[in-house]
Design a protein around this ligand. Structure first.
Ligand code: PXL
Length: 286
């Protein structure tokens, strides 16, 4: 029998720029699992490699910027990419290289997860990198997905809060500042706020687009932000608008978290393939 390869349409293709997390919890590995789970074909450009376990990060080695650009250009010249997802980028030079590459593809939506630190407090971006992200990537971003801490830090660096007076008050102001700096939408996630539920708010140029509340799950998760941002990219690549992509991605992410497991001695890992486990639901009903 001859293989039907040429007859099979390609799934939507998403190109992720991210750092390797060998635990499989966050970073490139999280993106690949999420994108594949949601029916996309993941293309992966490595921006840095890390040494880490589920308890913390021990080292980060950024990849040479030219190698990052070369990886991306080879893929882009070969395959039709439907969405870009940007995670941990590793250096100012890598940020500049990616900015230059994606500028040649202005019609491809860009999901930027501004990874400044891990959930466990490991720092991944200094002031220069934040400035580079703001100056070079934000104007090309369709949707930025900071948690509330990242939203405040990015907005602070925009010069919005030079006197520090409003720093703790306005996530709304932070979101507007970030939109003025060039991105189309900002999804601020509320995991780090002290609210009983997790409140995620999507802002556009006219204000709040949608607010969603989720039951706060116990435990500390590694890779939830990567999962959410990749899931948004997957939905955009599959043809959803931004508001629907954000809703679908939150639903998916919540399910991965509620199915999360703890493979080591540190954080929980979201189960991006929760749907594939052999759970006997009828037995649960007994
Ligand atoms: O969750 C943010 C993140 C992204 N990318 C890599 C990481 C982490 C958190 O640890 O290690 C590679």
């Amino acid at each position: 029998m001859s293989p039907a390869v040429s007859a099979n349409p390609s799934p939507p293709i998403v190109l992720t720029f991210a750092a390797s997390d060998p635990t499989g919890g966050a970073g490139l590995q999280a993106d690949i699992l999420t994108l594949a789970s949601l029916g996309c074909h993941p293309l992966s450009v490595v921006t840095a490699i890390t040494v880490q376990d589920t308890a913390g990060v021990e080292g980060v080695l950024p990849i040479d910027a030219e190698w990052v650009a070369d990886q991306a250009r080879a893929l882009l010249e070969d395959m039709p990419v439907a969405a870009f997802k940007l995670g941990m980028l590793g250096s100012v030079e890598v940020i500049a290289a990616i900015a230059e590459v994606i500028a040649d593809y202005p019609d491809i939506p860009v999901v930027l997860d501004p990874v400044l630190a891990s959930g466990r407090g490991d720092q991944f971006a200094d002031e220069e990198m934040i400035e580079a992200m703001i100056g070079m990537l934000l104007p090309q971003t369709t949707i930025l997905t900071p948690n509330s801490l990242e939203a405040r830090r990015l907005a602070q660096q925009l010069g919005e809060f030079e006197d520090g007076a409003r720093r703790d008050s306005g996530l709304v102001d932070c979101a507007h500042g970030l939109i003025e700096a060039g991105c189309e939408y900002v999804l601020v996630t509320g995991t780090h706020e002290g609210t009983p539920q997790v409140i995620n708010t999507l802002y556009g140029s006219h204000g709040v687009v949608r607010t969603d509340r989720w039951d706060r799950l116990p435990g500390s998760y590694h890779g939830s932000g990567c999962t959410l941002a990749s899931a948004i990219a997957a939905h955009l690549a599959s043809g959803a608008g931004v508001a629907d992509a954000v809703m679908g991605a939150q639903e998916y992410t919540w399910r991965t978290l509620s199915a999360g497991f703890r493979p080591g001695m540190g954080q929980f890992i979201p189960d991006r393939l929760f749907w594939s486990r052999d759970v006997d639901e009828e037995a649960d009903d007994d």
